[in-house]
Design a protein around this ligand. Sequence first.
Ligand SMILES: [Zn+2]
Length: 205
Amino acid sequence: MLKIGARIGAGDRTIDLSRTVEIHEAHYRTGTLTVAPKFVEPNPEELTRIKAEIALKDKVFATSAPQPLWTGDFRAPVHAPPTDSFGTRRMFNGELASIHKGMDFRAPMGTAVHAGNSGVVVLARPLYYEGNCVVIDHGLGLYTISMHLSRIDVHEGQHVAKGQLLGLSGATGRVTGPHLHWAVRWQNAYLDPAKLLRMDLAAVR
Ligand SMILES: [Zn+2]
């Protein structure tokens, strides 16, 4: 059993968002993908870039706003079919195994990608694996991350409203083809975005 969540507000206007959850082992599938060799065996120069980007992301994920920046329920970032791929174990080019920590939407090249909720853009730039990437801080350690974009239409430090255009989907970074990878990070763990989209957050406004 684990107690998660937060109390928000001030004085007698506080909302308790904590829940007690039972934790069970999950069973996920394994998939095999083929990507450009540089994404499986990066050269020393690429490794230096990857390390710098890890440090950058650590910094971004360590400085969430202390209050919620979102209001109400989250919305899907694109009008495209989602795939049930969270937690899938993946082999890249028959070697590298990694766990898929997001949701892939079958978005054709150039599909408009929207903010799932309001927040602040804390990262908006090209990254090695993620491609053109936009990270929104929604506060209290909750982030949504859009990857592999063909175009970024927001800048770091910008406040965005729910549904605001972030950019266009694409196939940049480690991909096998155009799609939107959408990840949800909550207090240093990746959650299944499908679960966030089903949550009733009407109390937060
Ligand atoms: Zn993905």
